[in-house]
Design a protein around this ligand. Structure first.
Ligand code: MG
Length: 252
């Protein structure tokens, strides 16, 4: 009887260990591959929620009149966001016909859905405008009550330091620096391209030993997804959230 009890405990702990190690699924620019969706669209956000992702990644730019927009590229249909006014940007449409979403609209929808937010502040040509993008993003996240569910990411060291100083939220750096340097920057996690982890095989372990998390992008093939799972990363940012969810559930 005692042996049986110990066995049951072992199974439970093994199960918990697997669960604890399972990486969180981050839908890169939302779930944009299905018909009718588009990168960084409201549809991609809703679709990501519907398939059960843990978080949705999005990119933001601020325009010349202070509105923050959700878009990956510097421009939308040739309109450069940071040098255009709000009325000009607002006329643009995504590839699925949706109007380009403001960050306010995107986060308002997100606040009623389950996924967490991974908000990337893009590197603006004008650093003061970039500062404004950081401040406006933090203000909107806080106003909409999303701070407990938001992680900030950026390639810009300047924006990163500002996010760490002002947001009070987890911040992951996208530009690959060595683990000890990342810790000194105040990051909560690395958010690096998979090529860096392939090139530096000890980094995942080194980051964990420093108390930092590991987010890997943009991982899409079954082989790379399985490699990240086996390596024990904490977040996988992917264009294939349904495939990753399927692999994770079959591994449990
Ligand atoms: Mg991004």
């Amino acid at each position: 009887m005692k042996l049986r009890f110990i066995f049951v405990l072992m199974v439970v702990f093994a199960g918990l260990a697997v669960f604890a190690r399972a990486p969180r699924v981050v839908a890169h620019r939302g779930h944009w591959k299905p018909e009718g969706s588009a990168q960084n669209s409201i549809r991609a956000l809703v679709k990501a929620d519907s398939v059960g992702v843990d978080a949705v990644e999005l990119d933001v730019w601020i325009d010349s009149t202070g509105t923050v927009w959700v878009n990956h590229n510097r421009d939308i249909n040739g309109v450069v966001i940071e040098s255009a006014d709000s009325a000009t940007v607002a006329r643009e449409r995504l590839s699925n016909g949706e109007p380009i979403p403001t960050l306010r609209r995107f986060l308002t929808v997100a606040s009623s859905l389950r996924p967490d937010i991974v908000l990337e502040v893009k590197t603006h040509a004008d650093s003061l405008r970039e500062d404004a993008a950081v401040d406006a993003s933090i203000a909107l996240v806080n106003e909409l009550g999303l701070a407990p569910r938001t992680t900030y990411i950026t390639f810009s060291r300047r924006a990163f330091e500002r996010l760490v100083a002002r947001s009070g939220c987890p911040a992951q750096f996208l530009s690959a620096v060595e683990p000890a340097e990342l810790k000194a920057l105040g990051a909560t996690a690395a958010d690096y391209n998979i090529i860096h982890f392939r090139k530096h095989p000890t980094w995942i372990k080194d980051l964990h030993e420093l108390g930092l998390g590991v987010n890997v992008w943009t991982v899409n093939s079954p082989e790379d997804l399985r490699w990240c799972i086996d390596e024990g990363v904490d977040f996988i940012t992917t264009n294939e959230p349904e495939l990753l969810i399927e692999i994770l559930s079959s591994a449990r």
